[in-house]
Design a binder for this molecule. Structure first.
Ligand SMILES: NC(=O)c1ccc[n+]([C@@H]2O[C@H](COP(=O)([O-])OP(=O)(O)OC[C@H]3O[C@@H](n4cnc5c(N)ncnc54)[C@H](OP(=O)(O)O)[C@@H]3O)[C@@H](O)[C@H]2O)c1
Length: 178
């Protein structure tokens, strides 16, 4: 699959490394353009990109940036992405600890809906409950199906689009990072 990953920190970087190792074509981006990710991309055999380059042409997009940063992504970034392409967000909202308070969420808006509004399309939440160290030590690109497949499906169906859920829950994507 062609996978675009925006954010190559603890979680996005781990996912990128493991998805590359599993044979996926991975484009990686942060806020600094292709040169800002080139060294990491070369290390893991990914393709350096800017955020638009990570999105365009992807079969799956993974957002793994600080929660409030989704509001800073260039407006319209996802407009030309086909509706069939799932966007997975690993983000968690930590108000007062790491993140500023976001008034709409404090007033009761569901976090994933707030993210969806920022980027203009629905998202699926996944890997947001992972711990980087555990994810790394469980890395087995050729692993046989595990319990996580069923769990992934449960997570994935929380998204509003059943076809997105099917892609995210597929063995190829889930097993690559378990
Ligand atoms: N760490 C964990 O164990 C863990 C587990 C589950 C979920 N999460 C959640 O996953 C999200 C990412 O966490 P993390 O720990 O991986 O964060 P992190 O290590 O701080 O990495 C964040 C990444 O996002 C990039 N970034 C920041 N602002 C950006 C922007 N406007 N546009 C494009 N890229 C941007 C950063 O690069 P530059 O700043 O250089 O652009 C960096 O590559 C958070 O919401 C976190 O709560 C983390």
């Amino acid at each position: 699959m062609k996978i675009g990953i925006i954010g190559i920190g603890a979680i996005g970087g781990t996912l990128a490394r493991k998805l590359c190792a599993a044979g996926h074509e991975v484009r990686v981006a942060n806020s600094k353009g292709p040169e800002g990710v080139r060294a990491f991309a070369e290390e893991i055999h990914a393709i350096p990109a800017d955020t638009q380059g990570a999105i365009d042409g992807a079969d799956v997009v993974i957002l793994s940036i600080p929660f409030p940063a989704v509001a800073k992504l260039p407006k319209g970034s996802f407009d030309s992405l086909p509706e069939s392409v799932p966007v997975i967000d690993t983000g968690n909202y930590y108000p007062g600890m790491r993140d500023p308070h976001i008034p709409e969420i404090e007033a009761g808006k569901v976090e994933s809906l707030w993210v969806a509004e920022q980027i203009g399309r629905p998202i699926i939440k996944d890997w947001n409950a992972e711990q980087t160290r555990i994810a790394l030590t469980r890395a087995k690109p050729d692993a046989a199906p595990t319990k996580r497949d069923a769990m992934g499906e449960t997570y994935a169906t929380l998204g509003p689009n059943p076809s997105h859920a099917a892609i995210v829950a597929s063995n190829r994507l889930i097993n690559a990072v378990e």
